[in-house]
Design a protein around this ligand. Structure first.
Ligand SMILES: Cc1cc2nc3c(=O)[nH]c(=O)nc-3n(C[C@H](O)[C@H](O)[C@H](O)COP(=O)(O)OP(=O)(O)OC[C@H]3O[C@@H](n4cnc5c(N)ncnc54)[C@H](O)[C@@H]3O)c2cc1C
Length: 505
């Protein structure tokens, strides 16, 4: 049994209605707690937000939805079902990868289809390597999920279980790119199974091989798209929480917490004071620490993940070779990660994620129009240009991005744009994200698992953190788990994976 908050926990206030906060709320409601959710924005979703732009409906954050059963688990906590509220479209292919040499590979999640595709692309030996890689990814996921991801830790000693030995035997503590290289030799294929390290904020050459679990999530377990856009997920979670009795207070920023000794007694906004027995804090760590009035001491300052520029383009035409998700790789690879994580310069030969949500749901754009979302990783403001420099840089970088895309088969893109919006680290900074990145604290070894900022708060008996800055980490599946783990700290339940059930628990 892991530690839990002490004392009364009848009424819990959750600060933030992002995916972590909504997950915490649903799990707490399912355990019979009274829940109030206080959110600064007018809409739920947080980083998984939505914006209307000249008749186009944009998702402002995540586009790659994996492991939707974790969201279903939150619905099941209140006797509800995700499928009754959100239509999930499985994406085939999960991604299309386009390489600088003109080669194209469709990433299928079906084993036989992917094996055939790898054989077509790189020959029978690589196809056999893919088969072994898939088995390894599946075993890695099974070992990690039950003990290292979907689990609360009280100390690094909590890692000392037979699963640690299993993870070590699987090579989880080696380097990601070297481990992928044991299965595949084609450099282009290796990229398809290691670029995901960037989702964790680390270069594949430096990431722990254990982070191949992300490649399990997208290339094996599959990628989905909710009809209506990614924002349909937090919208539906907020509605489910309200149906289950949560009091959702949107458009209210929490300005301070009231405390009596080591307990938080109330959450305060500009116009109200909400008494509570316990609190779940999901804002970025600096905000959570400011509200708590204390900042934990760490021997080394936290290192943040790289950031991203996002170009949303509503266009009069599209390009049929684009799948729902297209990975457009440059020739450069190691240099790109050096630029993003070390030298702090913009990618000189960019690798980009191009998402075309209207490929799956044309209703997201006006009749006959198309939506394109281009994500260009960039350094955060600690290592690269600061927020002020971005004001000057943004229009030039936009032009550079468009020129790159036009050169990579999207000829006529600039002329086809009728609505656009460019989001840069200056915007992420304005939204309050530390180091100008929405991807929070990087998953370096020293900031992973029990070494990541913990969800229990030292010196406060009834506050728990949730969200991407704490365990297990950044990304939709992980923050959904973090909400569940925070709820488990309050209810005293183990917080382990439960099968999604139809009935109220
Ligand atoms: C551009 C982009 C692309 C991404 N792509 C992917 C992807 O493809 N796949 C994937 O899995 N993940 C992706 N992610 C990451 C994923 O979206 C995030 O890790 C996750 O949504 C974070 O959820 P959260 O609940 O931790 O934080 P948030 O969503 O930020 O929630 C915190 C909430 O707290 C609120 N808040 C803050 N301060 C206060 C206050 N004082 N009072 C009241 N409320 C407050 C905020 O408004 C916010 O709603 C992406 C993120 C971005 C931004």
């Amino acid at each position: 049994m892991t530690r839990a908050v002490t004392g009364r926990t009848d009424h819990v206030v959750v600060v933030g209605a992002g995916l972590a906060g909504l997950s915490a709320a649903l799990h707490l409601l399912g355990s019979g707690r009274r829940v109030t959710v206080v959110e600064r924005d007018a809409l739920p979703g947080g980083r998984a937000g939505s914006r209307e732009l000249g008749g186009y409906r944009l998702d402002t954050g995540p586009t790659v939805l994996t492991m939707p059963d974790l969201a279903d688990e939150a619905f099941a906590a209140v006797g509800d079902r995700l499928a009754d509220h959100v239509e999930l479209l499985p994406l085939h292919p999960a991604y299309r990868a386009r390489f600088a040499d003109g080669g194209t590979l469709d990433v299928h999640t079906d084993a036989a289809a992917m094996e055939a595709e790898v054989e077509r692309f790189a020959g029978a030996r690589e196809a056999a390597g893919y088969r072994r890689l898939r088995t390894w990814l599946t075993r890695l996921h099974a070992v990690q999920m039950r003990r290292f991801i979907d689990a609360n830790f009280d100390s690094p000693l909590g890692l000392l279980t037979p699963d640690l030995a299993r993870l070590a035997a699987l090579g989880g503590f080696g380097r990601l790119d070297a481990r992928i290289g044991r299965f595949l030799t084609d450099e282009r294929l290796k990229r398809v199974f290691s670029f995901q390290a960037l989702y964790a904020g680390v270069a594949p050459a430096r990431a722990l091989a254990a982070y191949a679990v992300i490649a399990y999530m997208d290339t094996v377990a599959g990628v989905y798209f909710p009809r209506g856009g990614m924002h349909a997920l937090p919208r539906a979670m907020a509605a489910a929480a309200a149906r289950a009795g949560a009091d959702l207070r949107l458009g209210r920023e929490v300005t301070r917490l009231e405390r009596s000794g080591s307990r938080i007694t109330a959450v305060v906004t500009a116009d109200e004071r909400i008494p509570c027995d316990a609190v779940v804090l999901t804002p970025d760590l600096p905000v959570a620490h400011r509200l708590l009035g204390r900042r934990p001491r760490r021997p080394v300052p936290l290192r943040h993940a790289p950031s991203a520029v996002v170009l949303h383009a509503g266009t009069t035409r599209t390009w049929p070779h684009l799948a729902h998700h297209t990975l457009s790789f440059g020739t450069a690879w190691h240099r790109t990660f050096e630029e993003l994580t070390r030298t702090g310069t913009l990618m000189t030969d960019p690798s980009l994620l191009i998402t075309r949500p209207t490929a799956s749901d044309p209703a997201l754009a006006p009749e006959g129009r198309h939506l394109h979302y281009v994500l260009a990783p960039c350094p955060n403001t600690d290592t690269g240009p600061d927020a002020r420099a971005w004001a000057d840089l943004a229009p030039r970088y936009r032009d550079r991005l468009l020129a790159t895309l036009e050169g990579r088969g999207l000829a006529g893109l600039a002329a086809a744009i009728e609505e656009e919006c460019l989001v840069t680290p200056a915007d992420w900074t304005a939204q309050g994200h530390a180091a100008g990145t929405p991807f929070s604290v990087a998953h370096t070894f020293a900031q992973t698992g029990p070494f990541r900022p913990r969800n229990l708060v030292r010196g406060t008996d009834n506050a728990v953190l949730a969200g991407c800055g704490t365990t297990p980490g950044v990304g939709v599946p992980t923050v959904l788990i973090s909400g569940k783990l925070a709820a488990a700290r309050i209810t005293g339940t183990p917080g382990r994976r439960t099968a999604a059930k139809g009935g109220r628990r």
